[in-house]
Design a protein around this ligand. Structure first.
Ligand code: GDP
Ligand code: IMO
Ligand code: MG
Length: 423
């Protein structure tokens, strides 16, 4: 097996954590490339659940070096609490974790700004995870951000941090939100930054050395392509490039070295937060699917909005990212016996379209064009071969392959690492 990239092809929560954990058993280095603690990647091994936010999902494999790349926004407080959670589970990740010196820091004022801006947007809110992601990427692009490499010199970092708190307080006050006391920010953030300092280094060099030594790398995407800042449902998106572009700029890997692109697709669609969702089910049917799939956010606990599989967005995501293989997750959740709708196109103002329009207002007006496929009622959670699946389930998978033009190489039939069909 070569290097691989794992990307979500919908609005996040496709099951990336499970697939990365499954495939990273024989991987030398697992690299997070963008996003931050807004992610919630679930790994279930022998029934035991671990949710990773900032840490790469290869963490549970002792042989895997874990890298938080330069494109990630790193909250040192979240990092410490996640490392402590892993300690409790008997995993000390610190000796095999590296954090990029170029990665930007998410500090308490970013989280305060995220909350204050969301409150100010009122009904027009994005529905962010309130993890400070947008304000941190904003400061990065405005060239005023603080980077992980700066924590290694605590005195000058303290001075730089003080200036940023002053600037953030001006905006917080203008938004009518509580301002932050500098002493509190310093006393909260400094110990977490100092604890992180020994892990901070040039992670692009780790990637390059691993490539030169013919080691296997896995690049872990966060969020999903429809949350991408450029190609997602703007402005209801996150603030990073969640596709293949973000993998390259966020890790320092060359495009020649990223390997197979594996796109994760949930067998239906979910979304957390605001924004248009063409195949969203009504309240009753949506709740039924949510309950069957356990669709509650791994980071915020928010109920996820649920709907049928939308092949317009997943095919668009495949095209944008050169997806080689699809991993289809949660097929077991569809085993209700009912027929299954699958969206193959949109209708917008009387015309049939096969890609999402750029305008979110247009997308909100688009109507799904469905094909109806036969359902199945058998419990498939014990299936380990494609041929073991009921014929209707096999046909559902083949239909997705035919419509997207991409092979479905993995099929999830339950949350556990073992509950996977590899074809
Ligand atoms: P991620 O953000 O893409 O890593 O996905 P999340 O962890 O946020 O959400 C996926 C949820 O689905 C988690 O609770 C997983 O344990 C669960 N899951 C993943 N694959 C499967 C599957 O094939 N079947 C079932 N039933 N659950 C799955
Ligand atoms: P994983 O990696 C699902 C959504 C938020 C909100 C929008 C912007 O677990 O798939 P942000 O806090 O990033 O500014 O929020 O993006 N969002 C996610 N939705 N899964 C995620 O990550 C998400 N990360 C952000 O709900 O709509
Ligand atoms: Mg998630």
């Amino acid at each position: 097996m070569s290097n691989a990239v794992v990307l979500g092809l919908q609005w996040g929560d496709e099951g990336k954590g499970k697939v990365i954990d499954l495939l990273s058993g024989s991987v030398d280095v697992v690299v997070r490339c963008q996003g931050g603690a807004n992610a919630g990647h679930t790994v279930v091994v022998d029934g035991k659940k671990t949710i990773l936010h900032l840490l790469p999902s290869g963490a549970l494999h002792e042989g895997a070096r874990c890298v938080i790349g330069n494109g990630v926004v790193v909250d040192p407080l979240a990092l410490q609490s996640e490392l402590a959670d892993l300690d409790e589970a008997g995993v000390n990740l610190r000796p095999r974790l590296s954090v990029s010196d170029r990665a930007h820091l998410v500090l308490p004022y970013h989280k305060a700004l995220d909350a204050a801006r969301e409150a100010a947007r009122g009904a027009g809110k994005v529905g962010t995870t309130l993890r400070g992601i947008g304000p941190t990427y904003q400061h990065k692009m405005a060239r005023t951000g603080l980077r992980c490499g700066q924590v290694c010199d605590s005195e000058s970092f303290r001075v730089a941090l003080s200036k940023q708190v002053d600037a953030a307080n001006q905006e917080l006050a203008a938004l009518g939100a509580d301002t932050l006391a500098l002493d509190t920010v310093l006393s909260e953030a400094m110990p977490a930054c100092e604890a992180m300092a020994p892990m901070v280094c040039d992670t692009a060099a780790i990637v390059h050395e691993a490539v030169a030594a013919d080691k296997r790398l896995m690049f872990e995407g966060a969020q999903g392509v429809l949350l991408d800042i450029d190609f997602g449902t703007y402005p209801y998106v996150t603030s990073s490039n969640t596709g293949i572009g973000g993998v390259i700029t966020g890790s320092g890997a060359s495009h020649k070295d990223v390997g197979e692109v594996i796109g994760i697709v949930k067998a239906y669609t979910t979304r957390v937060g605001e924004g248009p969702f063409v195949t969203e089910l009504d309240e009753v049917a949506g709740k039924e699917l949510r309950d069957r799939g356990g669709e509650y956010g791994a980071t915020t606990g928010r109920p996820r909005r649920c709907g049928w599989l939308d092949l317009v967005i997943t095919s668009f995501a495949c095209r944008l990212n050169g997806v080689d293989t699809i991993a289809l997750t949660k097929l077991d959740v569809l085993s209700s016996g009912d027929d299954i709708d699958i969206c193959v196109a949109y209708e917008l103002d009387g015309a049939r379209i096969d890609a999402p329009p750029a305008s979110v207002e247009d997308l909100a007006r688009a109507k799904p064009v469905y094909e109806k496929l036969q359902g199945w009622s058998e419990d498939i959670t014990g299936c380990r071969n494609f041929e073991d699946l009921p014929v209707a389930a096999q046909e559902y998978v083949q239909y997705i392959e035919q419509q997207t033009g991409v092979k479905v190489g993995y099929i999830g039939v339950g949350p556990d690492r073992e509950q996977t069909i590899c074809r």
